[in-house]
Design a binder for this molecule. Structure first.
Ligand code: CS2
Length: 494
């Protein structure tokens, strides 16, 4: 076989015909968007829509300059640079068809920790109209117990003292907005693309809290000038594997060091609330709506929470992937019961959406055997996810006298997982969580002190004070420590 083609602008014409590639002139594209957090999801979603727009019509003002803030982002930056910021997206259909396309909407990348001033300047440049974010659910520096910005974070303290050399996203945004204002430029929109309910409102609240502490006059300007649209984002994007890279090289003749794979389904529902113009993403499938609330709640409480239910219970059971969980009838029934009996009753009706069909479609999407989304990815940073995806469903059901048993078993499993770090067969689990040590410390008091895990107030809020919850949780945790065969308890609940 001939040598694979190195992915680069000058080599695009050498790629196999079946690989879609930018039809627009990338040399004419300017970066109207600066995006912080160039992970797989940004590349399968916002960058994908923006590339589609540029292929469809004139979107050349809306190229994307990627930004990583930390040294850990150096690798993706170096790889993208070597590939002229091009990368391959492999869309994996449930029946096995693979669609391959090269995405061209990213046109630059900057590393904040190397030169924070340059990143601030870029965000403050006249070309930049939107600063978008995928900084993960944990990136918003929000204390779930108080609902407020966490000023105790040492990086935040650093940023308040060193406004021109920030480390956190809040320091960067505030510095850039300050500069825009000083230069008489229009504000840029700050657009969150993370799985948080009211992600725009949350970003606004956090940015304003920081800005008021730093410069009240600037904060008032941000309050009146900067739009923070809420949005629901959706596309399952597993971690890229060596097999994906090898597939491209061997089967498609492309040498791409960091492609992205995803499912065919994609959705982006956005409130049309922008400070300084926006791309016509609606031309390529995004929906603009006046109020995104019901969509985001539906997605987070069914899809993301559904993932967490499978991920946490599946980890203890020894399942490796989400499709592996869904192929297990016990897990599939359990997921459906959780969605029907606990998540759905606390949702608001969504105009034009048939919830039953939505849930069916989720089970189908989770079951896509080619996605191979690992339970490890789902359980990653659970301390940031579960308080947003799952715990509110428990609290709302407690308030209305609804069922909580399916979700409560997940919390009991999370305690076991954090304490023991092994599945029911004793095989080690790879736990990645900024709160890993705290979670372990809290969990390890169990089962002598059955409520010990729940004492982590920043995660569980006041759940420990609800007797109905603690009684059920105690029973479940005791049973699990006696016999970690999670399927026994799952079966008992069905
Ligand atoms: C997942 C999400 O991280 C998680 O726990 O639920 O990454 C999910 O795959 C995406 O939100 C899908 O849109």
């Amino acid at each position: 076989m001939t040598e694979p083609v190195q992915l680069k602008q000058e080599n695009l014409h050498r790629l196999a015909d079946e690989i879609a590639r930018p039809s627009y002139d990338r040399s004419k594209v300017r970066a109207g968007i600066v995006h912080i957090g160039v992970g797989g999801f940004h590349r399968s979603h916002e960058a994908f829509y923006t590339d589609a727009l540029m292929n469809d019509s004139d979107g050349s003002d809306w190229g994307i300059c990627g930004v990583g803030l930390r040294d850990a982002d150096r690798k993706i930056g170096d790889i993208l640079k070597a590939q002229d910021y091009l990368y391959t997206l492999i869309v994996k259909h449930p029946q096995g068809k693979l669609e391959t396309c090269v995405i061209g909407s990213l046109i630059d990348f900057m590393l904040g920790c190397d030169d924070p001033g340059a990143v601030i300047d870029r965000m403050a440049s006249a070309d930049t109209k939107i600063v978008s974010l995928t900084i993960t659910e944990g990136g918003y520096n929000f204390n779930p117990a108080t609902g407020e910005f966490d000023f105790g974070n040492p990086d935040v303290r650093h940023d308040l003292e060193n406004p021109s050399r920030p480390k956190t996203v809040f320091g960067y945004l505030t510095a850039a907005l300050k500069k825009r204002r000083a230069q008489g430029l229009a504000a840029a929109t700050i657009q969150s693309c993370d799985n948080i309910q009211h992600n725009g409102d949350m970003t606004r609240k956090m940015v304003l809290a920081f800005a008021y502490r730093q410069d009240a006059d600037l904060a008032r300007w941000i309050e009146s000038e900067v739009c923070f649209p809420n949005a629901m984002v959706d596309r399952i994007t597993p971690v890229t594997t060596a097999a994906d890279i090898a597939y491209l090289r061997k089967e498609m003749g492309v040498q791409d060091q960091w492609p992205v794979t995803c499912e065919p389904f994609t959705q982006w529902v956005i409130e049309d609330n922008f400070s300084n113009g926006r791309p016509s993403w609606e031309k390529v499938g995004a929906q603009f709506v006046p109020d995104v609330t019901p969509y985001e709640k539906m997605k987070i409480r069914l899809l993301n929470a559904g993932h967490s239910v499978l991920g946490m219970l599946g980890s203890i059971h020894g399942h490796k992937t989400i499709d592996g969980c869904v192929a297990d009838p016990l897990f599939a029934s359990y997921l459906r019961r959780f969605m029907d009996a606990e998540a759905t009753p606390v949702l608001d009706p969504v105009e034009g959406v048939d919830l039953e069909a939505y849930k069916d479609s989720l089970i189908e999407r989770f079951g896509n055997p080619h996605i191979k989304d690992s339970v490890a990815r789902i359980c990653l940073e659970s301390s940031a996810k579960l308080p947003k995806f799952l715990i509110p469903t428990i609290t709302e059901n407690l308030a209305r006298g609804g069922s909580i048993k399916y979700a409560t078993l997940v919390i009991a499993a999370w305690c076991f997982y954090s304490d023991k770090g092994v599945d029911q067969h004793g095989a080690g689990l790879d736990i990645v969580d900024v709160m890993k040590d705290e979670l372990h410390q809290a969990a390890k008091g169990t089962p002598d002190d059955t409520l010990s895990f729940l004492k982590l107030e920043s995660v569980f809020g006041s759940l420990i004070h609800n007797e109905q919850f603690t009684a059920l949780y105690t029973k479940m945790v005791q049973a699990l420590y006696e016999n970690p065969d999670i399927s026994l308890q799952m079966r008992n609940l069905l």
